[in-house]
Design a binder for this molecule. Structure first.
Ligand code: ZN
Length: 142
């Protein structure tokens, strides 16, 4: 097993709330390191953003998901106590989660036909970080 250090990507978000498809960005690390078998963890170190896997074919899915989250967790509620004014972003971050695990086989991310990996911004625009830790289980070439 090869030890691969954590890679960090900078993501500049452009609006308060958005989902950015980072699938190719993540796949790039697998390719660069020539990892054929293993898995990786995509990690978001922020408390007002998230990582999720969902459909990347129809952009309406992103729009529906963000609209539904906004209805479930409005930006302003009379009972919010956190004085930064971004309580909704913290709640959405916890609802979606901070990481995903993706299998690697034959040098490719193992994702369903319609699946993509998304960095989810809930309190942008900001400069964000996204970490990728690859666990390389490839057999050494003989
Ligand atoms: Zn806050």
């Amino acid at each position: 097993m090869r030890n691969v250090p954590i890679a960090t990507e900078v993501i500049n978000t452009r609006t308060r709330i958005e989902m950015i498809d980072v699938t190719e960005l993540v796949q790039k690390h697998v390719r660069k390191l020539a990892v054929s078998e293993g898995f990786l963890i995509v990690y978001n170190p922020h408390t007002s953003a998230a990582i999720t896997i969902n459909e990347n074919a129809d952009p309406d899915v992103k729009s529906d998901l963000l609209t539904k989250l906004d209805k479930l967790v409005p930006q302003i509620e009379s009972y919010y106590q956190h004085d930064e004014g971004n309580s909704d972003a913290h709640v959405k971050s916890s609802l979606l989660g901070n990481s995903v695990t993706v299998l690697i086989e034959g040098g490719r991310l193992v994702l369903g036909r319609w699946q993509g990996i998304y960095f989810c911004e809930f309190d942008g625009p900001r400069e964000r970080r996204m970490m990728v830790k690859i666990v390389d289980l490839s057999q050494p070439q003989s």
